[in-house]
Design a protein around this ligand. Structure first.
Ligand code: HH2
Length: 259
């Protein structure tokens, strides 16, 4: 899954794809480089962020989605039901909701009313404050219990289970060590029986484990290691900014695994 953030302030590519022409071109490049789907987002969820209005988010993503329709498979990274609805109308196949349908009471119903896939992600707290002091007794079991509950809520709302994937939410209310533990213990999430998505690409924990305690991002080399080790442990969707390098790394990993 390639990432195109149509935002001025995303943590690693803020401003790069704010211009719709550049966003559309980037999505085409990612698809050509081997992305199965491109995740288009109009609201940054980086630590400390406040969110954007509905009108602003629609104005950012819709022109991009409309131009990609029928050309590049896309998902919409949003917690707003109206953005999800309009995006699916414009051709998005997956709704990637970092709030796991908790952000707005209508989200589950809106997704259930479409044929779209949905990704349910774990987050402790909210972007503005989530990195202040994340606390867990056992991060893998608590994230799994949360995702199990959200999966049940989604199915009860009428979203077909085979359309749902789960994501532990790397960097969303987790310490460096907790992020790595979630990859190490991916089996706990896989036990829920749904495909698992991982978004470790460029995240600050990668820069921090390399020795910079103030890092806001991590380098490509570290992102590749995280993606490959997550893949080996059973992740099936890797959400990444540098598609070509990840496709190459994962192709080698897959050859080694023999899949
Ligand atoms: N991470 C980000 C955004 N959306 N969705 C899923 N399912 N999993 C993730 O790990 C995830 C996500 C944050 O990364 P990015 O989109 O690059 O930055 P920002 O939120 O600042 O736009």
């Amino acid at each position: 899954m390639g990432v195109v953030n149509v935002t001025p302030d995303s943590f690693s590519d803020g401003g790069v794809h704010l211009d719709p022409d550049r966003a559309v071109a980037a999505a085409h490049e990612m698809a050509a480089a081997g992305a199965a789907i491109v995740d288009v987002g109009g609201e940054s969820t980086r630590p400390g962020s406040d969110g954007v209005s509905l009108d602003e988010e629609l104005a950012r993503v819709l022109p991009v989605l409309e131009r990609l329709a029928g050309r590049v498979p896309v998902s919409i990274d949003t917690a707003k039901p109206e953005v999800a609805r309009r995006a699916v109308e414009a051709g998005a196949e997956l709704v990637n909701d970092v709030t796991a349908l908790r952000g707005h009471p209508d989200m589950a119903e809106v997704v259930a009313g479409t044929d779209a896939y949905v990704c349910l992600m774990h987050m402790q707290g909210e972007p503005r404050t989530m990195q202040v002091s994340p606390r867990y007794d056992d991060v893998a079991s608590e994230v799994a219990a949360f995702l199990e509950e959200r999966l049940a809520v989604a199915v009860a709302a009428g979203i077909r289970e085979e359309r749902i994937c789960l994501d532990p939410g790397i960097g969303f209310g987790k310490t460096v060590e907790q992020n790595f533990e979630l990859i190490r213990r991916l089996d706990v999430l896989l036990a829920l029986g749904r495909p698992v998505a991982i978004g470790f690409s460029r995240k600050s924990s990668l820069g921090r484990i390399l020795g910079d305690p103030e890092a806001r991002t991590g380098p490509l080399s570290a992102s590749l290691a995280a993606a490959v080790t997550a893949y080996e442990r059973g992740a099936t969707i890797l959400r990444v900014h540098d598609v070509r390098a990840h496709v190459e790394a994962l192709t080698v990993a897959r050859a080694v695994v023999g899949a």
